[in-house]
Design a protein around this ligand. Structure first.
Ligand SMILES: [Fe+2]
Ligand SMILES: [Fe+2]
Length: 211
C-alpha cells in the first residue's frame, strides 16, 4: 500500500467528516431489518424508540469521527488502514440507524457536528499517543458501545422487532471490532480514562435523546 502524505490524509479524513455529516450513508449489506414487518406502536413508543435510535446514530457518528481522527495520526500504516476500515463499517450502522429514525418519523440529532468535532479531536490525540494506545482506545470504545446497545435492547418496546434486529447486528459487529483491536495489540487503558469516556458517553446520550 502507498504511504499517504500528511496532506493526503488530512484531505481524506476531512472528506470522511463531511460525508458523515452531510451525505446519505449507504450500506453494502442488506439492512438487518429488511423483510421485518412494521409493528403497531403507540405514539409514545414510537417517540421513545426513535429517540433511542437517534442516540445510537450519534454514537455511530462519534465512532466514525474517532476512527477518522485516529487514522490521521496513526504511525503504523497497518493500524491506520484498520482504523479506516472500522470507520467504513460504521457507515453501514449509520445508514441502518438513519433509515430507522426516518421510518419512526423522527430526525437525526442536531448536535452531530459538535460530537463529530469533539470525537475527531479525541481520536487524533489517541492516535498521536501511539498505536497500542490508539487500539486500546478503539477496543474500549467498542466495549462501551456494546454495553450501551445491550441497555437499549432492554429499553426498546418489546414489539419493535425492526429496531431490535438493527441493534443486535450492530452488537455483533462492535464485538468484532473490539476483538480486532485486541488482536492487533491494544493496550488496556487506565481506569480514569475509561471513566472519562463513560462520562462523555452519558453526556452524549442525555442530550441526543432529546435533540
Ligand atoms: Fe458501529
Ligand atoms: Fe464498531
Amino acid at each position: 500500500m502507498r504511504h499517504l502524505l500528511p496532506i493526503d490524509r488530512i484531505i481524506s479524513e476531512f472528506d470522511t467528516g463531511l460525508r458523515t455529516l452531510l451525505a446519505k450513508p449507504h450500506s453494502q449489506r442488506v439492512h438487518p431489518d429488511a423483510g421485518v414487518a412494521e409493528a403497531e406502536l403507540s405514539d409514545a413508543e414510537k417517540k421513545h424508540a426513535c429517540a433511542l435510535m437517534r442516540v445510537n446514530h450519534t454514537g455511530e457518528v462519534c465512532a466514525q469521527a474517532l476512527y477518522s481522527g485516529q487514522a490521521l495520526t496513526a504511525q503504523d500504516a497497518a493500524t491506520s488502514k484498520t482504523m479506516q476500515q472500522a470507520a467504513r463499517e460504521e457507515t453501514e450502522h449509520l445508514a441502518w440507524c438513519e433509515t430507522r429514525i426516518h421510518q419512526l418519523g423522527g430526525h437525526t440529532s442536531v448536535l452531530n457536528p459538535l460530537f463529530y468535532a469533539g470525537s475527531f479531536a479525541i481520536g487524533a490525540v489517541a492516535g498521536a499517543l501511539g498505536d497500542k494506545w490508539s487500539l486500546g482506545f478503539l477496543e474500549e470504545t467498542e466495549k462501551q458501545v456494546g454495553a450501551h446497545l445491550a441497555s437499549h435492547l432492554d429499553q426498546l418496546p418489546e414489539v419493535d422487532e425492526k429496531s431490535r434486529k438493527i441493534i443486535k447486528q450492530m452488537q455483533t459487529d462492535e464485538a468484532k471490532h473490539a476483538n480486532d483491536a485486541r488482536q492487533l495489540g491494544a493496550a488496556n487503558l487506565p481506569s480514569p480514562v475509561k471513566f472519562c469516556m463513560k462520562q462523555m458517553s452519558k453526556l452524549m446520550t442525555a442530550s441526543t435523546y432529546h435533540f
